[in-house]
Design a protein around this ligand. Structure first.
Ligand code: FMN
Length: 172
């Protein structure tokens, strides 16, 4: 089964996860940024990674997700929020809903990723303290936790996800 891993990244978190996923797939599985515009039509299975931007896939990833017609599609992502949160689940759902009609993901994976300190600073300036995106002890704690990710445990969970979904697909 011809498989490729592609990803969109701004600050490198999603690239780390993509590389862990590729390393868990058969040797030689390519791992490329979407910015390289790889021809995805040549593959039976595409693992596509994005970073969460305002509750869905970032624009570069969205543009590709909308075109995927491969037999097997797996989506993975990184986000600043808690990966077990409703926001994380709905961000994956929003991204999956972009797939062409009748297509769904064979599997999804999401983990936390450090938020660019410049973006945090900008949000704290833009939104009043205490508002959902403004500075608060909870917000500071969230960003402090996110700053540690993706960590070794995230990468090993991403690898396990890739191995499991690949086995499920190839064993029918
Ligand atoms: C413009 C912008 C919007 C973002 N929106 C969200 C969001 O809606 N929810 C969230 O949990 N994280 C959000 N984040 C955080 C990123 O998804 C997170 O830091 C991600 O790991 C970045 O991945 P990258 O290093 O591959 O670019 C946002 C970051 C930026 C820069």
């Amino acid at each position: 089964m011809k498989t490729i891993v592609v990803y969109s990244t701004r600050t490198g978190n999603t690239k780390k996860v993509a590389e862990a996923i590729a390393a868990a797939l058969p040797p030689g599985t390519p791992c490329q940024p979407l910015a390289d515009e790889p021809d995805l039509t040549a593959y039976d299975c595409v693992f596509l990674g994005f970073w969460v931007d305002r509750g869905t896939a970032n624009q570069e990833a969205q543009d590709v997700i909308r075109t995927l017609k491969n037999d097997h599609i797996c989506l993975f992502a990184t986000l600043g929020a808690n990966p077990k949160s409703e926001h994380a689940a709905s961000s994956l759902k929003q991204a999956e809903a972009l797939l062409p009609d009748g297509k769904s993901a064979d599997g999804t994976f999401i983990c936390q990723g450090a938020v660019d300190p410049k973006v945090i600073e900008m949000m704290y300036k833009k939104f009043p303290a205490g508002s959902p995106h403004g500075r608060s002890p909870e917000r500071d704690a969230l960003h402090a936790e996110a700053a540690k990710h993706p960590d070794a445990a995230d990468l090993s969970q991403a690898a396990a996800f890739a191995r499991d979904v690949y086995r499920r697909i190839t064993e029918g």
